[in-house]
Design a protein around this ligand. Structure first.
Ligand code: UPG
Ligand code: MN
Length: 542
């Protein structure tokens, strides 16, 4: 084979336009910083990604691979999730055509790696992905371990041509295609921030086992700016981590790059977000490089009301740089031209494996988000007084306020999480009103059946139980090393939307699909040990 990459393992991401360039760069740096031994590839659509962006990508990616854009010509479902900008997400299908790689771990450009998940290359499963937080029975397509093969590629292309996707994008297509034939990865491989009520406790519990964080939705970290707060501690910490990687590699260069148009990310984002669905050229960024001598124009919306920076960032020398320089300040002017043609110098810490602790924990924890009441004694005194007043009046006693508070060195009282109120302190709970029978008015009225749901009389519990059992045993078979049969049989059975033709192609390609190579020991042994590890990680350290 002439192709030197044949049979290699590679991480791959996708870039459809310059709007996601900061994401693609941060993703690559985060993997390198964590010491990955794998190659990095980025699939690009040349009608949307500029030459400047490609120059930048080449500084950190081993392979920049042009692929044809695959648009959804029936994008109605995209509006169900309010993401018309994802009209070309089907382009991800090109991953399965990259058969020069024996294995690909695909990662969305809006992901930051906390550690490099190289072990995903050794999974024996043809396809693996983590659950989606919005509908956990399906998988999220932001992180996927896959084995490229023409069978899957052609089957999914046939679906794309017919616009078969329940969300109008790749996730709704891939979940139909792989349906029950995906190996479920732990959530820690694709942690999506959320404000769901259970999220914060779970986030704290599993924090140390997070592998990658994925900023799903329209608001990406590079759009909102580094000082944006999302009103959730977990979310803010994760965004802080993204910015820590960014600053580690681009902070000093940011001003000049933004000024010369090589990184008009927000403009690019806006132009593609508002783009007409009919015209892919709208994906190209509006700005060019044309800044000689002029002060840089305002790029980000928050620049007009930029607050004074109070936090320090990785690489800042407090004594030299007490504040982040203003983007229109002298530094911006003096460096405005300097890096137009130069690609950003490679960071001295790139491509090494022993800097994990610095990348991992040191720098991002500097993103403290303190509250005013922690620092302004007046506020905390007032809050204390109010609380004490409440407690003493609910107890009906005076004068014992301080006995259960601890004080720190500065004399500020704080409450422990374990300071639960006593029974007398607890306010009385609202009582659910006793149900009142509606009598005659309800008689005879039957709730209309939910759309598409068969009536109870047609629901055969035995058949349903059998179906569940079959799913379980198919999974077990695959896990025990019988994944060949499980895979090829499964796809043709489980993908009802495929034509007979695509079914044949899948069946024929099965041997290609099913030659993932575990590096150590037998496939079964590798599966067992990986799964044990993943289960342990999933269970947390506790
Ligand atoms: O203008 C764009 C839009 C997307 N992308 C690429 O396509 C990926 C998917 O888009 P993204 O904005 O990350 O989608 P999510 O908000 O993550 O939405 C979900 O839904 C998408 C559509 O199904 C899936 O692709 C995602 O993996 C899934 O997490 C991005 O990461 C990029 O790699 C671009 O390069 N430019
Ligand atoms: Mn994404």
């Amino acid at each position: 084979m002439a192709d030197p990459s044949w049979g290699e393992h590679a991480y791959a991401t996708l870039l459809l336009n310059d709007a996601y360039l900061p994401g693609a760069l941060v993703l690559a740096h985060s993997l390198r910083d964590a010491g990955t031994t794998k190659k990095l590839a980025v699939l690009v659509t040349l009608d949307g990604v500029t030459a400047d962006a490609i120059v930048q990508l080449k500084t950190v990616y081993d392979y920049v691979l042009p692929v044809p854009r695959i648009r959804n010509d029936k994008p109605a479902n995209l509006y169900l999730m309010n993401r018309a900008d994802l009209h070309s997400a089907f382009t991800k299908i090109n991953l399965w055509k990259q058969t020069q790689f024996s294995r690909i771990v695909y990662i969305d450009a809006d992901v930051v790696a906390y550690r490099a998940p190289d072990e995903l290359f050794d999974l024996p499963h043809a396809f693996a992905a983590s659950p989606d937080i919005g509908w956990p029975d399906i998988f999220n397509t932001g992180v996927m371990a896959l084995t490229p093969n023409n069978g899957d590629y052609h089957a999914m292309m046939a679906m794309a041509e017919r616009g078969i996707s329940f969300d109008g994008a790749d996730q709704g297509l891939l979940n139909v295609h792989f349906k029950n034939n995906f190996h479920r990865l732990p959530f820690t491989y694709n942690v999506t921030p959320s404000a769901h009520y259970q999220y914060l406790p779970a986030y704290r519990h599993f924090q140390s086992s997070i592998n990658m964080v994925h900023f799903i939705g329209p608001d990406k970290p590079w759009r909102a700016g580094r000082s944006a707060s999302y009103g959730s501690a977990a979310y803010d910490e994760m965004v802080g981590r993204w910015w820590a990687v960014y600053d580690r590699h681009y902070r000093e260069k940011e001003i000049s790059q933004l000024a010369n148009g090589g990184g008009n990310y927000n403009q690019a984002y806006e132009s593609q977000k508002n783009a007409s669905l009919a015209d892919p050229k709208f994906d190209a960024p509006a700005g060019g490089s044309g800044f000689q001598g002029q002060p840089p124009r305002q790029i980000f919306p928050w620049e007009s009301h930029q607050p004074k920076a109070t936090r320090s960032f990785y690489g800042d020398e407090p004594e030299l740089q007490p504040q982040a320089p203003s983007r229109s300040g002298p530094a911006a002017k003096s460096t405005a031209r300097s890096s137009v043609t130069k690609s950003p110098p490679k960071s001295p810490v790139s491509r090494t494996s022993d800097n994990k602790s610095e990348a991992g924990t040191g720098s991002w924890t500097t993103y403290s988000r303190t509250n005013a009441w922690d620092e302004v004694p007046g506020i905390s005194k007032y809050a204390d007084a109010v609380e004490k007043h409440h407690r003493s009046s609910s107890r009906g006693k005076e004068g014992e306020e301080n006995d259960d508070d601890e004080e720190d060195e500065e004399g500020r009282a704080f409450k422990k999480v374990t300071d639960f109120p006593t029974e007398t302190e607890r306010p009385s709970l609202p009582v659910t009103p006793a149900p009142v029978p509606r009598g005659r008015e309800s008689t005879g009225k039957v709730l209309p059946a939910a759309e598409g749901v068969p009536p109870q009389s047609e629901w055969d519990p035995t058949a349903q139980l059998e179906k569940l059992a079959q799913q379980q045993s198919a999974m077990l078979l695959r896990k025990l090393g019988g994944h060949k049969e499980g895979f090829s049989g499964g796809v043709s059975q489980e993908a009802p939307t495929q034509s007979a033709g695509s079914r044949t192609r899948i069946a024929q390609s099965a041997p290609v699909v099913l030659s993932p190579r575990p590096v150590k020991g037998t496939a079964a042994a590798a599966t067992r040990s990986l799964e044990r590890r993943m289960n342990e990680e999933e269970a947390g350290k506790s």
